[in-house]
Ligand binder design. Structure first.
Ligand SMILES: *Cc1c(COP(=O)(O)O)cnc(C)c1O
Length: 360
């Protein structure tokens, strides 16, 4: 077996013990004589899987009692519509434009309510988190929306906006369970699983209870959070297998890593190894202002497109794959999610050092 170091932005690598356990349980899950893929979502054995997965998310993220946790489908993109459809009251919402995902979310919300873009970092290719001026906030906004970690551009909020009583909504697709978050500061959090906690196909939504039950009349049943919350994510057939694998990731995070705070420490260590080298390198440099650097997604460049291409080609051949940057930034991007071990980042930096020496 040969496994590569996979720096994909998503879907991305999963912890090896999780894949091995899924493999062991593939044909006969826990004495049921069948795969999790083959069992009824209404069966007792599956109920245990989904209930345990929810309990583990609650424990890992320290989610207060008055929040519902849902397993949904449709990815982050469906949340871009579900948020305004469900939270609309006065017909206004504030958005901070920090990249493609925030921009897309704002455009989708614009179909249902008035979007006020309170700040943007588009002027510098989203390479920083913009300062926020509370005077620009809408006082009676239905919610205030941020993309917490910007997967494509490699920025993250290190301090949350102060929005008073307006519910704070955050897309945490690329940093869920990578760092400690105070859930009580948010009205709603959502994440597609495929970056940090599981396979594509399941989306986790965490919603404060008082925000449920006011969906717009036109809201399709499947896009109403309350329907899914009341049915405990079993209104219709959920993405059963993806939830099962995510559940294995939660167990790994609890038992092997020791929880989200311990994970954050490891992630900070990994990020520091890479950023420290980028700061001292004469060939490579990071593209993001230092104070807003993501722990998960690290874009970097050389000043020569041919050299970037050569680096990606040689890195791939050496087993460091999916390092090509997003087309809007160019260069490279290393996504170092929870499942990427410290050794993977160390090995990448060693490879970069050698490349720098060889190509002086
Ligand atoms: C990947 C990503 C999305 C898009 O998710 P899909 O599941 O492909 O719809 C949205 N937001 C962020 C922050 C992402 O990283």
């Amino acid at each position: 077996m040969s496994r590569v170091y996979n720096f994909s932005a998503g879907p991305s690598m999963l912890p090896l013990p999780v894949l091995e356990q899924a493999q062991r349980e593939m044909l006969d899950y826990n004495g049921s004589g069948m795969s999790v893929m083959e069992m009824s979502h209404r069966s007792k054995v599956y109920d245990e899987i989904i209930k345990t997965a929810e309990a583990d998310i609650r424990e890992l993220m320290n989610i207060p009692e008055n929040y519902k946790v849902m397993f949904l489908q449709g990815g982050g993109h469906t949340q871009f519509a579900m948020v305004p459809l469900n939270l609309r009251r006065n017909g206004k919402a504030d958005y901070v434009k920090t990249g493609q995902w925030a921009k897309k979310a704002a455009a989708e919300a614009g179909k249902y309510l008035d979007v006020n873009v309170v700040a943007s970092s588009e002027d510098k290719t989203y390479s920083y988190i913009p300062d926020l001026d509370p005077a620009k906030f809408t006082k009676d906004a239905d919610y205030f929306y941020i993309c917490y970690n910007n997967t494509i551009y490699g920025t993250r909020y290190t301090k949350l906006p102060e929005v008073g009583n307006v519910p704070l909504v955050a897309d945490i697709s690329s940093n869920i369970m990578s760092e400690v978050m105070d859930v009580s500061k948010f009205g709603l959090l959502f994440a597609g699983a495929q970056k940090n906690v599981g396979p594509a196909g399941v989306t986790i939504a965490i919603v404060r209870e008082d925000l449920l039950g006011n969906a717009m009349d036109i809201t399709p049943t499947m896009l109403d959070y309350k329907i899914h919350a009341d049915a405990e994510s079993l209104y219709n057939t959920p993405p059963c297998y993806a939830i099962y694998v995510a559940g294995l990731v939660f167990k790994w995070l609890k038992k092997e890593i020791g929880g989200v705070a311990a994970m954050q420490k490891i992630n900070e260590e990994k990020a520091a190894i890479l950023y420290n080298y980028l700061d001292e390198s004469k060939m490579f440099r990071g593209t993001v202002v230092a104070k807003d650097r993501s722990l998960m997604n690290v874009p970097f460049v050389t000043d020569d497109d041919d050299l970037n291409a050569k680096f990606i080609k040689e890195a791939t051949a050496a087993g460091f794959v999916n390092l090509k940057g997003h087309r809007t930034v160019g260069g490279m991007r290393a996504s170092i999610y929870n499942a990427m071990p410290v050794e993977g980042v160390k090995a990448l930096v060693e490879f970069m050092k050698k490349f720098e020496t060889d190509n002086k």
